[in-house]
Design a protein around this ligand. Sequence first.
Ligand code: ZN
Length: 349
Amino acid sequence: MNPTCVPLVVKVSEAATVIVGIPNIGLSTCVSGSDEKISFEIAAENLIWSRLSYIGIYNDQDSYDMLMSDLFKEEDGRLVFCESEEPRLPLLRFKKIWSILKRRESDSVLEDVLDGKEVDKEDLKAAVDAENKKASLLDDVVFSSLKPIGQLTDAELLNRYSPESSSEVVEELLRRSKGRPFVAFSSERDGKIDQEITLRMLKESRKREMPIHYKVSDALYRLFVAGVFPSQVFYECPVHKGVLLLDGYCDECGHSWEGVDYKACQFVRLIVELGQCPKERPSLRQLIADARSCSSDDMNALELDYPNVAAVFRERCEEDKLPSLRSRTASSEASHVSDPFNVRTKPRF
Ligand SMILES: [Zn+2]
């Protein structure tokens, strides 16, 4: 059986770092093997374990309790670490090790305080420091996630910014940047944001118009408006402007546009823009079916039902001015706040 006491193992390994780097204490005589650094660390730990064993401290819970009790006094430690056989530890290194070994966990110190027991001043100070540190870490992590979006610092807000972030985050960034481009990607393809440059550009964007490109050292960054991720392209529903398709499906239509040719989708959008889109479900379903039967060279099904739209379509096609259904924004409302054709609310019959 080989009992292990985790808190003691942790302390010994921390204590080992106190002596691992110092020359001339003879650790090298204990080292063998090719990887010197690891071997020195193991040698240092072994040394501490071996000296502790001289006074009856092993790797088990009973030993740990004894070590933490008043039974184990500093002079006992000094005797085995500094005054017995080689290698002997320098006194100050031993004192550091001693303080690590005897350090009480902050919760046990605070428990004693609550129980009205007397505690060592240094222990109490260390415990309070440790608790404060924990609390401030907690502050950073938890409270920033609870803070209203408007109260987050720029950095906190940017930390939350990703293609998946909520529309509030995007809106707040748009507000702070006055809708100007400021987001720089360290990798546009992976959608990885360069936090440092983006933070600086966000501050700039509050005060002035922003360029489309920003050059720092030799790297050229494109700057993007909040909500735009170059790695992602979304498609809008041809009928419902501003509504993004999810796997081809439009919630407003209640139909999937999956597999419909992109040009046919553009034709449908033109029908909408010219105010000729049917509102009744069966007619809408028919329109989608027509669009589905079209291909980029054969728009017959749509052209037959919407001859005047077909004329405009051909015209726009030649001018390369067909409506775009590609959207670079993950937030469906961000880029199309208004719906100029009012297709969602007002039937046109
Ligand atoms: Zn739709």
